[in-house]
Design a protein around this ligand. Structure first.
Ligand code: HEC
Length: 167
């Protein structure tokens, strides 16, 4: 019995020693006391303070001069309600077809600026009604009706694209 107890005792002691040797090789981390971290934290605080101070000064001394926003240059004179609507609807098409309807090679989207109205309308109708398959454009056509197509075509046909390939 005593032998068994001694044996178990020795086992426990050995595993203790093993653990201790391992413990020594554990990496020492003193991140909490890192000078670098404290410095970064200090600098962040300083930046926050500077920002607050700038805001306080801005409130104390409001700038008198008026900020004039640059008016976007329109490519087409929006002289009729149809063109106004066409222009508004066309904003969603710009990602692929470009502001001037110049197309985008990277998107495989053709140039459409200056295209004949009838052709634009018939292309859009064909796509919407499934006679022409254009998976990428379909989600954009779903909310539009034939009147929207006419408005879009009126606008797009006036876009000043004059040829040349855009990337
Ligand atoms: C996600 C990109 C994408 C968007 C957004 C997009 N198009 Fe297209 N469009 C294409 C691609 C690609 C084609 C060529 C499809 C094909 O291979 O038939 C195309 C083709 C066309 C054509 C036919 C051109 C031709 O010469 O046959 C017209 C017209 C057109 N788009 C108008 C529009 C209008 C109007 C909108 C906005 C409502 C629009 N597209 C939005 C990608 C797009």
């Amino acid at each position: 019995m005593t032998k068994l107890v001694t044996f178990i005792g020795v086992l426990i002691a050995m595993s203790g020693v093993l653990f201790l040797t391992q413990y020594k090789s554990l990496p020492v981390s003193n991140e909490r006391f890192s000078f670098e971290n404290a410095k970064v934290e200090h600098e962040t605080r300083l930046a926050e303070l500077a920002e607050l101070e700038a805001k306080r000064l801005a409130i104390l001394n409001p700038v008198e001069e008026e900020i004039v926003e640059a008016a976007p240059v329109e490519l087409v004179a929006l002289t009729t309600p149809q063109l106004v609507n066409g222009h508004e609807l066309y904003q969603k098409c710009i990602v692929c077809h470009g502001r001037a309807g110049e197309g985008r090679l990277s998107q495989n989207s053709p140039a459409i600026g200056g295209q004949h109205e009838w052709y634009i309308i018939s292309s859009l109708k064909d796509m919407k009604e499934g006679r022409r398959v254009n998976a990428v454009m379909n989600p954009f056509l779903r909310p539009l009706n034939e009147n929207d197509f006419k408005d879009l075509a009126a606008y797009i046909s006036l876009l000043p694209w004059k040829g040349g390939v855009s990337k």
